[in-house]
Design a protein around this ligand. Structure first.
Ligand SMILES: [Zn+2]
Length: 291
């Protein structure tokens, strides 16, 4: 098994879904920092969730989930783009409650004044930001409620993660277009699928491959599977983006930094890649020259 996303359709119905499985990419991301077990599991669920949500976008760009809070966990973020590249990061203070967990609820229960943002950033066009109330026990519960209410698309989401593997399943009842489709629809289908989806166990989600999961849940239905999409770790940092951040902090701050560090070192927190700016390069950004 590797890092992949499997879309599925229930034949002759407005129901579609996705299954994601992360292993190597998850381990690459978790290896960047020495995260406590519960934070690893939270990040695993967030990464699977963004990979699921990215599939619902029809644009080129990226989608991210970002938690901001006041407790010991300050910040956590997971992102996936239209190429299936994922990355994630968390910032927290040591907390004995983070030493073990079975799901994201362990960390969510410790958050103080938390906010969860869904950000959609198209390559071209306007950004979108939604705020998801974090008032359910786990991440999947919060995201399901958000979709039911704001997008008005009935959605079931199951997420699971260990420190090695993470998995997710999303199934949606899409709006129907015309009366003819309405008549052909099996009214019992969605309640039946919801009930079946609820029987999925977390260890099945992290251990079985996508086809096995779909067979295990929906073998009474006609399930159509398009080609599997690959997911992988990918970072969007660049020398140019670092240069932009230097421009934003301003000439004075850059000069002060150069007095302590020359060249200026900028480390990407997501992938640990280091970017260097000599005094000449840094000052050139402001049209200044070395005196
Ligand atoms: Zn990077």
């Amino acid at each position: 098994m590797s890092d992949l996303r499997q879309r599925f359709y229930i034949e002759d119905s407005p129901v579609r879904g996705e299954v994601v499985h992360l292993e190597e990419a998850l381990q690459t991301i978790l290896a960047q920092r020495n995260y406590a077990p519960a934070v690893q599991i939270l990040l695993g669920e967030m990464l699977s969730a963004t990979a699921l949500l990215a599939s619902t976008l029809k644009i080129k760009g990226r989608i991210s989930l970002q938690i901001q809070a006041q407790g010991t966990l300050k910040w956590a973020m997971a992102e996936c783009n239209h190429l299936g590249e994922i990355r994630g990061l968390a910032d927290y203070e040591e907390d004995p409650r983070f030493q073990s967990a079975i799901d994201s609820s362990t960390v969510l229960s410790t958050l103080v004044s938390p906010v969860l943002f869904i950000n959609i950033e198209p390559e071209f066009g306007e950004r979108y930001q939604g705020i998801v109330p974090l008032d359910k026990a786990d991440l999947a519960g919060c995201l399901m409620q958000y979709h039911d209410l704001s997008a008005q698309i009935p959605t079931r989401i199951v997420l699971a993660s260990t420190e090695q593997r993470s998995g997710g399943l999303l199934i949606q009842l899409l709006p129907r277009n015309n009366d003819e489709e309405q008549q052909r629809v099996d009214e019992d289908l969605w309640p039946r699928l919801t009930m079946l989806t609820g029987t999925l166990k977390t260890d099945e989600l992290t251990n079985l491959d996508a086809q096995e999961i779909l067979y295990r849940l929906y073998n009474e239905e006609e399930v159509r599977l398009p080609e599997v999409e690959k997911l992988q770790f990918g970072c969007t940092c660049s020398h140019e983006k670092c240069a932009n951040s230097l421009t934003q902090i301003g000439l004075e701050a850059v000069k002060e930094t150069l007095e302590i560090n020359n060249p200026i070192e900028m480390d990407c927190q997501f992938c640990n890649k280091r970017y260097l700016f000599t005094a000449k390069e840094a000052l050139d950004l402001f049209g200044e020259h070395l005196s």
